[in-house]
Write a protein that binds this ligand. Structure first.
Ligand SMILES: C[S@@+](CC[C@H](N)C(=O)[O-])C[C@H]1O[C@@H](n2cnc3c(N)ncnc32)[C@H](O)[C@@H]1O
Length: 326
């Protein structure tokens, strides 16, 4: 019994989640990787964030997908009549659903590969999409973007179209985003297509409000990661002693969310102790905003050529279509 408990603890400690959390909390400026927001509760809270009146990005991108999916599908099927459609971080695929439906209407021969770190998301999509999109060929992959991207490219030699929507790319710094796109480039063939959703720079207040909703759902979403660490890594964070603090810097376009420790305190993670000073912060997430010039520069720096921009009616969001250069 004791040895079973010890081996379970050892397995936990060696987990990537544990190592990433410890690396972040031992850093001089504490941080936690935002990809761990998405457990079952995190998925549900993110659905609620998307429905908040202040959270405009989802409505803007929905406007694009609802009204311009037919045009996107035409471009895709002109590129190739048969392809693999890979979606990185689809969530509930509410928006990409419109594109999938248009592709079906055009009788495109494609297999849909959603890749998501949340097992819950992949299970849900595998149950739901064959019902709402009868006949869809799909295979969900649960794991990290690039690990699964490397796996999926070995499945077939078909041309690839990669979707990276929902301003997911904004959860990386501009440098990380460029490196990430370069890695995508290296896993794609010349001519393959990449559709990326970028949230654009706009009035700073509009942006800040989107990450500071009045109902406190974004606050709960951030604090949920501490609760997840308590549950999965035997920790004892008191979430009442952390405050949600988002900031937006209009010159850099970085919107960052922090949790502020409201007291001097010690938190235990297994048998390790992490000390917090009063007012010390944990950097939880970046949501980077861009201009179209900046996205064009990123495409050039990562080996793609921009071929089309799809805007919402307010011009607050852009789904940009890039083609992989040789
Ligand atoms: C902000 S949500 C966006 C969902 C959807 N694309 C949309 O626009 O509504 C981010 C999604 O990406 C997934 N995700 C975040 N980081 C990931 C990573 N490193 N690897 C795989 N999936 C990730 C999350 O689980 C979540 O489903």
């Amino acid at each position: 019994m004791i040895s079973a408990t010890i081996s379970k603890m050892t397995a936990r400690r060696s987990s990537t989640f544990y190592n990433d959390v410890m690396d972040g909390l031992r850093a001089e400026n504490k941080y936690l990787p935002s990809k761990y927001f998405y457990d079952e509760t995190g998925d549900r809270l993110f659905q609620q964030i998307m429905a908040c009146p202040e959270y405009y990005p989802t409505r803007c991108e929905m406007d694009i997908l609802q009204h311009q999916s037919a045009r996107m599908a035409s471009i895709f099927t002109t590129y190739s009549s048969s392809f693999d459609l890979i979606e990185l971080g689809p969530g509930d695929a509410t928006k990409s659903w419109f594109l999938l439906r248009e592709l079906q209407k055009k009788h495109a021969d494609f297999t849909y590969y959603p890749i998501d770190i949340s097992a819950n998301v992949i299970d849900w999509l595998e149950n739901r999409l064959p019902v709402t999109l009868p006949g869809i060929k799909m295979q969900g992959l649960n794991g990290d973007f690039m690990d699964k991207m490397q796996q999926v490219k070995t499945f077939s030699s078909n041309p690839k179209i990669v979707l990276f929507m929902g301003a997911n790319i904004g959860n990386m710094t501009p440098l990380q985003a460029t490196q990430f796109c370069r890695q995508l480039h290296d896993n794609m063939q010349p001519g393959d297509l990449l559709l990326i959703g970028f949230d654009l720079k706009k009035h700073p207040r509009t942006i800040l409000d989107a990450y500071n909703d009045r109902q406190g759902i974004t606050r709960a979403f951030n604090l949920n990661l501490l609760t997840r660490i308590n549950r999965e890594l035997d920790a004892d964070f008191n979430t009442d002693l952390f405050e949600h603090y988002p900031v937006y810097d209009p010159s850099s376009g970085a919107c960052k969310s922090y949790l502020i420790s409201t007291a001097k305190q010690e938190v235990h993670i297994g048998d390790k102790t992490i000390s917090f000073r009063e007012n010390e912060h944990i950097w939880m997430e970046i949501s980077q905003k861009y201009t179209l010039d900046e996205t064009d520069n990123m495409s050039a720096a990562s080996g793609f050529e921009p071929i089309q921009v799809f805007h919402d009616t307010k011009n607050w969001f852009a789904d940009v279509l890039w083609q992989r250069l040789p």
